[in-house]
Design a protein around this ligand. Structure first.
Ligand code: C2O
Ligand code: CU
Length: 522
């Protein structure tokens, strides 16, 4: 293991990723941000200097942060924001996990404006899978807006209606795409350059490529495919799976998949497609062409568009994940018996002031001025029992819904989505077993004793369909306060977030580092 040092300066730049100029939040002038590629066991030092006009935090999506909960980068939960013209050192070690991850701002809907990038962790445990491909290639995809998230968010929350999430204007692959400037009239206020281009992925005949798909977007499910090339799925969210071949794969917000394509055609160009699943949108956007494309090219010199055709189109009638029964972890990890069970119920409600807010049970999250971790550690050390009582609704203030699991437990969490929308839920600090899930009905507890515990799928982000549910299980062995939320940018900010407190028996002995605490005094 080595120590990897990154010096990142965050700035606001004017660029046109798809031809349309806008302000983008960049890392060392780059959008998307640089690839962080490390080995398991490495210590990561990211010295982040904020030269933007707003405070920020950086989250390392999918990393456990075991023993360093305050490096999880969640504004108002694990730290205060890093103010403009201030530096902060993220310092953590990556243990017991490997695969495809990503990083993104976790302050408001900021990552919609940039501040996203891939994070790849290698491990000797991947050696047998490594035989299956010759090259390793990140494919970062995201939906894209031509306006700042702050403006879009304001419109969304103030609407007084449900289902008014901003619909993307475009989508990007590797931070670029074509956009048809004639979609905007000359008085639209946008500056559009007609020279935008699609990403190109050169391939060499007969070589095999591991494509690491990362959906770093804010709202849209991306259905990924490559014409004439099948996809062999080998990883989901940092969990290796038994290879399984598909023609297309839905990648929901914040999810990752590794798929292997074999360059088994003779020549020419083939479309790589990211079809935004329009079914998941609540309103249409006249400028959006939901078919996002890039080129897989056998001949670097050709610039012609591809003439390949799509796999047979399936009608998309929902926003669900890839059929979960297709995914079987490569390394067997049986789910232990749960010791505690909780039920949480996310929903959307038009509440006070006619604002459309996301709820877990009866609480809608609003960022607090003191991070929850700081409150919890101080409360535990003061012997204040309201911070150590286990159970649901441990409300530290009226907008913080904290489930305190307490000491070492194996937790079953049944998430009943009471909303008419589908939501990609992410739990920080853990990889959970997906014990059961469905897009309809309610979980039948009579089936509880016959659940597959031998080797259920494990991941960190799961789509729960409208009025659907999922039963997830995790070993609550990681001390800290961990966010559990829908990963749609608009829904995080609308409050569809709760927190899980685990191993508070260890947290009460914590000393939060002074430089982390100092951010709250700035
Ligand atoms: Cu990708 Cu709360 O995180
Ligand atoms: Cu959501």
């Amino acid at each position: 293991p080595t120590t990897r040092v990154y010096n990142w300066t965050l700035t606001e730049i004017q660029i046109a990723p798809d031809g349309v100029e806008r302000t983008v939040l960049a890392i060392n002038g780059m959008f998307p941000g640089p690839v962080v590629e490390v080995n398991v066991g490495d210590r990561i030092l990211v010295n982040l200097t904020n030269h933007m006009s707003n405070a920020t935090t950086m989250h390392w999506h999918g990393l456990y942060q075991n023993g360093t909960n305050w490096m999880d980068g969640v504004n108002s939960i694990t730290q205060c924001g890093i103010p403009p013209n201030t530096s902060f050192l993220y310092n953590f070690t990556i243990e017991n996990q490997y695969g495809t991850f990503w990083y993104h701002s976790h302050t408001k809907a900021q990552y919609t404006d940039g501040l996203v990038g891939p994070l790849i962790v290698h491990s000797p445990e991947e050696d047998p899978i490594r035989e299956l491909y010759d090259y390793d290639q990140v494919v970062l995809v995201q939906d894209w807006y031509h306006d700042l998230s702050s403006a879009l968010m304001e419109g969304y929350l103030a609407s007084g209606n449900e289902n008014t999430e901003p619909t993307p204007d475009n989508g990007l692959i590797q931070g670029t795409n074509y956009f048809d400037c004639s979609s905007y009239s000359s008085d639209s206020g946008y500056t559009c350059h007609d020279n935008s281009t699609r990403a190109k992925f050169p391939v060499t005949k007969n070589k095999r490529y591991r494509l690491r798909l990362i959906n770093a977007g804010s709202f849209a499910e991306m259905i990924f495919s490559v014409d004439n090339h099948t996809l062999s799925v080998i990883e989901a969210d940092g969990v290796l799976v038994e290879p399984v071949t598909v023609h297309r794969i839905p990648v929901n917000i914040a999810q990752r998949y590794s798929v292997i394509i074999e360059a088994n055609q003779t020549s020419g160009n083939y479309w790589m497609r990211c079809q935004m699943n329009q079914f998941c949108f609540s309103q249409s956007n006249p400028v959006l062409d939901s078919n996002i494309e890039a080129l897989v090219t056998y001949d670097n010199t050709t610039t012609e568009p591809a003439h390949s055709s799509d796999w047979l189109l399936m009608l998309q009638v929902s926003c669900i994940d890839l059929d979960p029964s297709l995914l079987v972890p490569y390394y067997v990890d049986p789910a232990p018996k749960a010791t505690v069970q909780y039920i949480v119920e996310p929903s959307f409600q038009i509440g006070a002031y006619a604002l459309d807010r996301g709820y877990f049970n009866s609480t809608t999250w609003v960022a607090s001025s003191t991070p929850t971790v700081n409150l919890a550690v101080a409360g535990l050390q003061a012997g204040n029992s309201s911070f150590s009582t286990t159970g649901l609704s441990r409300a530290y203030d009226s907008h913080q819904f904290v489930l305190n699991v307490g000491g070492w437990e194996v937790v079953d969490l049944l998430i009943n989505n009471l909303d008419e929308g589908s939501h990609p839920f992410h739990l920080h600090g853990y990889t959970f077993w997906v014990m059961a899930q469905s897009s309809t009905g309610v979980f039948d507890w009579n089936t509880y004793d016959s659940l597959n515990t031998t080797n259920p799928m494990r991941r960190d982000t799961i789509m729960i369909n409208a009025y659907g549910w999922a039963l997830i299980r995790f070993r609550a062995d990681n001390p800290g306060i961990w966010a559990l939320h829908c990963h749609i940018s608009w829904h995080i900010e609308a409050g569809l977030l709760m927190q899980v407190q685990t191993r508070d028996d260890l947290m009460k002995d914590w000393t939060i580092p002074a430089d982390v605490l100092a951010l709250c005094e700035a």
